[in-house]
Ligand binder design. Sequence first.
Ligand code: GLP
Length: 242
Amino acid sequence: MDVTIFESATEASRALARRVAGALHLMPDLVIGLPAGRTPVETYTELCRLHSLGEADFSRATAFLLDEFVGLDASQSGSFRRFLDEHLLSGVNLDPERAHSLNGRAADLDVECERYEERIAACGGLGLLLLGIGVNGHVGFNEPGKALKSRTHRVRLVDSTRAENAGAFGGVVTRVPGEALSIGMGTILRAETIVLIATGERKAEAVQAMLRGPLTTRLPASLLQLHRRVEVYLDRLSAGML
Ligand code: GLP
């Protein structure tokens, strides 16, 4: 994996925004996979700024959000779709019809997962996939465990993940949905190019294990070692154990 260490989280985030804007310039009809979480917020803010300067054009791009909580849809606070609307989609010119997300309130969640997987395939797969990483090494909501799923699927969240996500639910862990929908490890590994961003000391252990540890379903991000084109953007703190 191609690792770049930046002085600060802000520098890493701005570089990632420029990376995305540059990719859109080269390939205007890019299919982009986008994560939620606190880490990409600065990148999304910077992308909105670049767009306002005419330096990031999403007019022909397609986006897929990586995951969503079960029980929530775009209208509800705490939903990842609402997060993406607020932090990115409201500030760039991406056609709403090409901004895809999983509906956590679909009547049949298995059918919803299959619909999503097929829609990604119909768009030619993910061209540029942005990823964050959980403290426990998850990517999307592919949680550590004895096994991983390849396709988009329904997943039970581990307690630490619910705790990590409590901020969007008034800090109350029990309000965080216990399940989510997530694109799978296969969906991720089929992306043409992956750029993962991690910032802060809390991520240092997961980053070290992702880059230097064995391949294991106990740390889903370690499977990224199998991919030929992964760029990793770190700040000094998240790179502290390398
Ligand atoms: C979330 C998401 C991931 C994200 C990760 C880290 O729950 N499912 O896509 O990368 O956890 O989040 P944060 O950036 O807030 O640390």
